[in-house]
Design a protein around this ligand. Sequence first.
Ligand code: PEP
Ligand code: MG
Length: 322
Amino acid sequence: RRQALTAYKDKPSITIDGHHVTLLANVGNLSEISHATDLGAQGIGLFRTEFLLMNAKALPNEQQQYKLYCDALHSLHGQILSIRTFDIGADKEIPCLEQTHEDNPAMGIRGIRYSLAHPNTFITQVKAILRAANHGPIRLMFPMVSQIEELEGALALIEQAKAQLIEQEKGFGELMLGIVVETPAAVLNLPSMLPLLDFVSIGTNDLTQYTLAADRTNPNLAKQYPALSPAVIQLILMTITYCKQANVNVSLCGELGSDPQVLGLLVGLGLDEISINPTHLLEVKAALVNGRYQDFVKHAHTITTLTRIEDICLAISAVNDN
Ligand code: PEP
Ligand code: MG
């Protein structure tokens, strides 16, 4: 089966009836980037940069990070690199950084909240990324942004980073700026934030956790509180609709996008870009290439009328069994 899947590597990612979907990859280090491009990914849709810190003795400095992001661009040969700023906090422990104990870390100082509370760490990373942007296309995205104040705070720090680079006479390039939509509040607040954004990426792992109030690390909850809950599907659809109305690029980078059975639903809901765990990239591509966009749209429409997780799962397996 593996062997049959490799046949999809170099095929264009287009449905039988001619609908194109960009398939990107989720990665956490440089070797995963090369692996993803070997598999035919069209770029990186999520670089989880905090993974660089997990085994580090100290925080990498601006120059070290600059070199790393340049190496990443180099192995992508002009394809897009979507870098997520450090998503520190919650279940991700980073020994080299000061993290104060929190009773409820998933709802604590994590993602953009940590960055705004520790601006120097954020500015160092952003300066390295701005400099790397001179060497290839970079999208920069902020995790866990729920409201416009956080976004404005992050954008102000980007301006500070640029001012420092100008002062230091270091060259830098332009970035496309976006957020990861991973709380229900982020979805509801999108209309105010979209005018400030070039793109949006839907993070279904946290969006599911925060919508259903179900800890994503608790295996006892996974079955009853899945990403295929009608509430989460509605929030995904709302995000797509808001973004399309505002002409802002929208993609999805949560694990839901790595399930080949769910591909038809996501494309049918209107997603033209999905970022996938490289392990599942070719399976998802096979589902796209062997499907019809027309059918995906009908399938997605049916699913949005269903109110029970069980019925949604049945509808999804039914089309995939055909
Ligand atoms: C998500 O929350 O869906 C996501 C892509 O980010 P992470 O899994 O790293 O929290
Ligand atoms: Mg997340």
